[in-house]
Design a protein around this ligand. Sequence first.
Ligand code: NAP
Length: 495
Amino acid sequence: MPRIPADEALIAGEWRRGAGAPADTVDPATGRVIATVHAVSLDEVAEAARGAAEAAADPRWRDLLPHRRALLLHRVAELIEESTDDLAALQTADTGKALTETRALVGSAAATFRYTAAALETAEEAITPSRGDYVTLSVYEPIGVVGAINPWNSPIASDAQKLAPALAGGNAVLLKPAEWTPLVSLALGRLVTRALDELGLPAGLLSVLTGRGSLVGDAIVRDPHVGKVTFTGGTSTGRTLAHAAAEKLMPLSLELGGKSPTVVLADADVEQALAGVMFGIFSSSGQSCIAGSRLFVARELYEEFVGELVERVRKLRVGPGTDPDTQVAPLVHHRHRDSVAAYVDLAREEGARVLCGGGVPQGPAYRDGAYYLPTVLDGLPNSSRTCQEEIFGPVLVALPFDDEDDLVRQANSSVYGLACGIWTRDHRAAWRIARRVDAGTVWINTYKQFSIATPFGGMKESGLGREKGRDGIRAYQRQKSLYWGVADAPLPWAN
Ligand code: NAP
């Protein structure tokens, strides 16, 4: 068993039990409760926001030059790396994910803090061309207090992706993890607290506020001290937040859902494409915003490719995240497993052929866990609900296409525009399709590879704004223009 953090939220620099309702967090591999975590109350959200505003304005932080701020990020990166085993085991227990994956996510969280520290130290401001007797400067300043709201699927990586640039930008942060998976964010909060303490920085720079989104998350978004919200989660929640942000005319960034097309052209390297398609949808048990959940195969290759794919999917090893041989781990929660199962029932009603999977695995090893078999469906039009709605589980729907125009029309016939994969040896075709498809990220002959140096975000209903990259910090700052008069004479009009 991993070390379980105490039932304490971090409120304006103080660790204490939240005054709100308790909620159990469950290991989805066993169904056992691993911890009970109290939510914070609405008064405590307000207290955390006030504390964050004070911390952001504290001269120890406000006046710290960027290269000194970077020291905090470097120290957090070190502490994360030193705690890799604990953090990975904790996230596996809380989310069900395979240990190999959670270890990689911890590594990526540490790398995010390091990269952001380097970007911070090398970020430049501009002297813009002068058009008069003045010098013009364009500079960046902190927003103040940032609300960061995350889903349950990859907590440590999503937390790092928001915390590192928000702190780098000179802000204080109110972090709200998902109610189903608060543990790793609480553990990360302890590491940040330690780093702040070691460097003599205000403790209120980070609050970790546990509890339900409709209460605690909503209170963060509406709090008058909060000047920006960065959200990752479902599209309908994102839309709700956008309405609340509009009331305050507050900037927000949204990383939302997807129904990403993976495309196999007739000339693809079939071995690579098979491995890539399976990894794209079934790794993380399909609980990934960028999961390649709609498979488009050239009609002449369709029967052969999908037939071989199904043979291989049947052999994927389903098991607990703690087993190093596991490829498909349990889903995050039994309630989520039921929602995935309901989608496959809907697919059957819509007339789908279930080529493999389509149910829970049988046997005592699976009895108590939130398992679902990797599933391949076909026989549905792209307009069906199964092809249009995000299932967020190990469910792939396959469709044939006739030519490039037909493919692009079907791929873009979706409210989402998050990602796309293209498998082909024809680099010209890859280029044409990549440029025509509505997707924030396109992978060509690879899938689900991520670099913190490369901006990420969605088009259409998959999101607003971009995270990562050197400019990622700018999303957490306000731009200001300065005009510095250098004339000897007074301004002519007033004279
Ligand atoms: P969700 O239901 O939208 O929840 C996300 C977070 O928002 C949770 O912390 C949730 O709290 C909170 N929340 C819910 N209602 C809220 C409200 N009215 N005000 C403020 N906060 C609120 O999403 P999910 O089911 O956890 O996560 C799955 C979704 O995330 C999928 O659609 C997936 O595609 C998307 N996702 C996108 C990306 C990306 O980068 N584009 C990455 C990962 C996941 P509670 O759940 O604790 O109540």
